[in-house]
Design a protein around this ligand. Structure first.
Ligand SMILES: Cc1cc2nc3c(=O)[nH]c(=O)nc-3n(C[C@H](O)[C@H](O)[C@H](O)COP(=O)(O)O)c2cc1C
Length: 192
């Protein structure tokens, strides 16, 4: 049976454990271009991406672990080792931020954030369609100023929204069990 476009949406699942090979330059361009089709009130194009690869991923780990500890967060040695083991294999992290553009006062911040989230969703789906694994996380010091400042996404002008790792899945993963949409649907509002 042929795979339909909807099958790709149904079968996508997050893949945290990825390894080389990462996306080719062409695949990366396809993934990033998919982000451009996100819904975007006011055509603000609020999404911003920064690529982090190779040794820079290790430097990000150093920074985020130090920042988390400096702010009173607990990262045990075991947890640190596990984060470093995970990241050592990751070929590519895409840092994601929402640009606030203070010039525009019409479109609320939440809508810009939603638009950026939709852009990430398109990237996750695109990676899946290309046979790659991807995972969005707000670990790695996403909410620490030291990390966001170092990435060039200062809190005045951006809302930092985390990291998407992309690569070849380390394991063959079974399909995720998904809920039945009926559980989230109330039959029809008529206004009567
Ligand atoms: C904004 C956002 C941030 C997330 N941050 C984390 C995270 O830091 N750690 C984590 O384990 N999962 C995080 N998740 C959840 C995973 O990305 C993923 O959705 C989850 O593991 C379920 O997998 P699925 O996407 O296949 O349903 C986050 C999801 C979103 C939308």
């Amino acid at each position: 049976m042929s795979v339909t476009p909807l099958d790709y949406l149904y079968t996508r699942r997050s893949v945290k454990l990825v390894q080389e090979p990462g996306p080719s330059e062409e695949q990366l361009a396809q993934i990033l271009q998919a982000a451009m089709s996100a819904p975007d009130h006011g055509r603000l194009r609020p999404w911003r991406f920064k690529l982090i690869r190779g040794a820079a991923i290790g430097r990000l780990a150093d920074l985020s672990i130090a920042a988390t500890r400096a702010s009173g967060g607990t990262i045990t040695d075991v947890k640190e080792a596990s984060i470093r083991r995970w990241l050592a294999k990751v070929p590519l992290l895409i840092a994601v931020a929402c640009h606030l553009d203070h010039e525009n006062t019409k479109i609320p911040e939440e809508e810009r954030m939603l638009s950026t989230g939709a852009a990430v969703m398109n990237m996750l789906n695109a990676a899946h369609m290309l046979g790659l694994g991807a995972f969005w996380s707000t670990g790695l010091g996403t909410y620490a100023d030291e990390v966001t400042d170092a990435l060039g996404f200062d809190a005045l002008d951006y809302r930092f929204m985390g990291f998407v790792n992309v690569g070849t899945p380390v394991n063959v993963l079974p399909p995720m069990e998904r809920p039945d949409f009926h559980d989230f649907l109330t039959e029809e509002w008529t206004g009567e």
